[in-house]
Design a protein around this ligand. Structure first.
Ligand SMILES: Nc1ncnc2c1ncn2[C@@H]1O[C@H](COP(=O)(O)OP(=O)(O)OP(=O)(O)O)[C@@H](O)[C@H]1O
Ligand SMILES: [Mg+2]
Length: 359
């Protein structure tokens, strides 16, 4: 883990960029530093690999003060993705990615294989290895920055706004790919952004910095949204923190309500009994646990039951509570059905299910 204890950075001109920072980035977790421009995020990152030296306090990696280690040895274990990608303009993409392996003296074949592998890992095309940075889009350059930092497979990654140069749609895709990659690699990552939504999506823990390099709150995304510590954090979280919380929680966490279920072809008595038991005036019709549709119970009572009406409020296995809410607000019955990976019925949620899951 990476541990900041009362770390202060005061630059020569007197600017205090970071003020008595206490923070622990746990091994294998993604810790996000977020906050307004100039609050000391980049400086905090640069102190970990000693591009900036702390003025006071101690930074320890795996329990060892980083000043007691040689710079080369320390940096060998740390991949650094610079703000604005920071690629070497006169080196090809392949050459950029190969930077650290070359410094480590890997042989040519091993380097070439690693470059090919990483270009694929970050979702670029093989042919791009021979191009120069200016021949790539901003988002592609940022991917190269990530590939370069991963090259020697360091256990620690410092990433400074790696997805800042791309539009929201590409950013969301990069974030998804990055989360999947981190799921496989399990690196210890300190990730800087000024985008609170990115922080909430990616972070295991989030450090919200205030002005003057002071830590305003350090918490999990859910804790932060559920219990922001002060007005600064509330302000920084932006509108609708409860909706943001919904998007963090899987719909699988919600406890389903009693559902009025009948099998296709069931009798009117069975339908009435199911509806009475669940306290509804309708039933949901299943065929081998797949949703066929729904019926008003009146239709059964009047013995006019014909084909079921379509039931559209259905969400898949990976849905969040936010998706459930989205489906709920347009569901005429005020309920949404959850399905499993195979599309089979897996419970009915209503507003109270969401409420209970949140509290
Ligand atoms: N070399 C330096 N000398 C003097 N002041 C500096 C130096 N580097 C950074 N600072 C100041 O330290 C403060 C923190 O800078 P830092 O780059 O860490 O901010 P940041 O949170 O990364 O901001 P941004 O979101 O804009 O990247 C700022 O006020 C900045 O002007
Ligand atoms: Mg910065």
């Amino acid at each position: 883990m990476i541990e900041f204890s009362s770390v202060t950075k005061r630059f020569a001109d007197g600017t205090v960029a970071v003020d008595s920072l206490d923070l622990t980035a746990a091994t294998g977790e993604l810790t996000v530093l977020v906050g307004p421009s100039g609050c000391g995020k980049t400086t905090s990152l640069r102190m970990i690999n000693r591009l900036d030296e702390a003025t006071a306090g101690i930074i320890a990696v795996d329990g060892q003060d980083i000043r007691s280690r040689s710079l080369t040895e320390l940096r060998r274990g740390i991949g650094y993705v610079m703000q604005h990608s920071g690629l070497f303009p006169h080196r090809t993409i392949g050459g950029n990615i190969a930077t650290v392996p070359r410094l480590l003296g890997w042989d040519k074949k091993r380097i070439a294989a690693r470059v090919d592998e990483l270009i694929e890992t970050v979702g670029l095309e093989a042919g791009m290895a021979a191009r120069y940075p200016h021949q790539l889009s901003g988002g592609q350059q940022q991917r190269v920055g990530v590939a370069r930092a991963l090259a020697a497979d360091p256990p620690i990654m410092l990433m400074d706004e790696p997805f800042a140069a791309v539009d929201p749609i590409v950013r969301k895709r990069l974030q998804d790919e990055f989360l999947a990659l981190q799921g496989r690699l399990g690196k210890t990552i300190v990730f800087v952004t000024h985008d609170i939504d990115e922080a909430i999506r990616l972070g295991d823990r989030i450090a919200v910095f205030g002005d003057g390099g002071r830590l305003a709150q350090f918490a999990t995304p859910d804790e932060l949204l559920a219990a922001p510590k002060n007005d600064f954090v509330i302000d920084f979280l932006g509108a609708e923190p409860q909706l943001k919380r919904l998007s963090l929680i899987s719909a699988r966490m919600a406890t389903p309500i009693d559902a009025p279920l009948i099998e296709v072809g069931a009798s009117a008595e069975a339908a009435v009994a199911a509806a009475d038991k669940a306290g509804t005036d309708w039933v949901l019709v299943l065929d081998d646990r797949r949703i066929v549709g729904w019926h008003r119970i009146e239709a059964y009572r009047a013995d006019t039951a014909r084909g079921a009406e379509r039931f559209d409020a259905v969400m898949g296995a990976g849905a969040t509570l936010r998706a459930a809410l989205g489906a709920l607000v347009i569901s005429p019955l005020g309920v949404v059905a959850r399905t499993d990976g195979e599309g089979r019925f897996d419970g009915l949620l209503d507003q109270s299910s969401l409420h209970r899951a949140l509290s």
